[in-house]
Design a protein around this ligand. Structure first.
Ligand SMILES: *Cc1c(COP(=O)(O)O)cnc(C)c1O
Length: 396
């Protein structure tokens, strides 16, 4: 297939993209317009938790698409209730609102916290978030995010998101005032370079929130749905958040996200929240298939076995090349380089022949790995071997 220049020119330019077009995918493999195959350790940015075109999800979408696609969110539909029951049954939350993207779920969390503050905390509305955090690309979620520079691009920002430092309790405490209603964080900061909040920090935040009557919101858009080796990352620290958002893996590639809340916090009145596509049966049917795959016997155990394999392999590479180690949780991991050649490694790996490999460098000195949760031992091994070859080429 020829590279379609006129098609490229018809798209709004929002990022620099390589000159290749992906035409199909299966499991951990993608194929481009020239028939070249790529081992995919990005998986749509941790989205395709079951790899490309997982048969169970394809079947669920096919079947649901012949039954009912969207009766309107003003009516009940079966898959949305099925998925809500599964999510509440497997978590500490009682109520679910489905959204179409992680940013939209986070917008919902922000609205819910502000509503709760109006009802219970004399109009308190400030939500403490963290430096380098990422919560999405809508105006409010960009304002909530701690990405350097994001406070300026689309100024003025949405007000009320003071920033603390991750794993620094005093920096959070110092920001609390009468107008504070909640603390919101990613259990592992993803875009920032895979930086986990320590279990002690999560526990201390819960205690601090309780002490001041604040809500604790976990943005599990990247860490949820098995990514960190448990179904939800908050489980690692044994805490009970008040609100959780899910996205990415929950739909295994289709636009689906969720806002989950405990009963006492679920205070939307009719008309406060909604959306044309929210909770439509086509996407939530995919979500049910994903949930059942992730919670099948032995699935999470295998995620943890692969995670150990990946972690040990990355550590070995780090030792061999004099790098600075690896970190992460489950199958969200990072290799910390000793120099700023992350972008060169990503490019060389992608252009490798005859088969390429897709990696991500969210920072110049860091590679991030977010394979499918059902990646095989052989695929992890192959990635590690090829990465070693790529590094030796880049550093020759
Ligand atoms: C990706 C991501 C989002 C945004 O999700 P979208 O579906 O792209 O809107 C929000 N929070 C975190 C932690 C993410 O990783």
């Amino acid at each position: 297939m020829k590279f379609d220049r006129s098609g490229v020119n018809a798209l709004m330019e929002i990022t620099s993209r390589p000159e290749l077009v992906f035409v199909r995918g299966q499991g951990s493999w993608l194929e481009d317009h020239n028939g070249k195959r790529y081992l995919d350790f990005i998986q749509g940015w941790a989205v395709n938790c079951l790899g490309h075109c997982p048969p169970d999800v394809v079947e669920a979408i096919n079947e649901q698409s012949t039954l009912l696609i969207n009766p309107s969110p003003a009516f009940y539909n079966v898959p949305s209730m099925e998925l809500a029951k599964r999510l509440t049954g497997a978590s500490c939350f009682d109520r679910v609102f489905f959204a179409n993207s992680g940013a939209e779920a986070n917008e919902g969390a922000i609205k819910l916290a502000r509503k709760w503050g109006r009802l219970n905390r004399k109009g308190a509305f400030k939500i403490i978030t963290f430096d380098h955090s990422f919560h999405g690309r809508t105006l409010a979620t960009m304002s909530a995010s701690g990405k350097p520079g994001w406070d300026k691009i689309f100024a003025p920002q949405v007000d009320g998101f003071p920033k603390a430092h991750l794993n620094d309790l005093e920096s959070v405490r110092a920001l609390i005032d009468d107008q504070t209603v909640a603390i919101m964080l990613e259990p592992v900061q993803g875009e920032a370079g895979v930086i986990p909040a320590s279990p002690e920090f999560m526990q201390a935040l819960r205690a601090l929130a309780d002490q001041h009557g604040l809500l604790l919101i976990v943005d599990e858009v990247q860490t949820g749905m098995g990514r960190t080796g448990k179904l939800f990352a908050y489980e690692h620290s044994g805490i009970t958040p008040d609100i959780m958002t899910l996205g990415k893996g929950i739909g295994a590639g289709v636009p689906l996200a969720a806002l989950c809340a405990r009963e006492s916090v679920s205070c939307f009145d009719h008309g406060d929240q909604g959306g044309t596509y929210n909770g439509n049966p086509l996407m939530t049917a995919a979500g049910v298939a994903v949930f059942d795959a992730l919670t099948a016997d032995g699935f999470m155990e295998s995620v943890n076995v692969r995670s150990t394999q990946l972690s040990e392999g990355l550590l070995a590479l780090s030792a061999k090349w004099g790098m600075k180690g690896e970190r992460g949780q489950g199958l969200l991991r990072a290799l910390i380089l000793d120099r700023d050649d992350g972008a060169a490694i990503v490019e060389t790996a992608r252009d490798w022949a005859p088969e390429g490999m897709l990696l991500n460098a969210p920072r110049p000195n860091l590679l991030r790995f977010m394979p499918a949760l059902n990646v095989t031992a052989e695929e992890v091994e192959l990635m590690l071997e090829r990465l070693d070859e790529v590094i030796s080429q880049v550093r020759r």
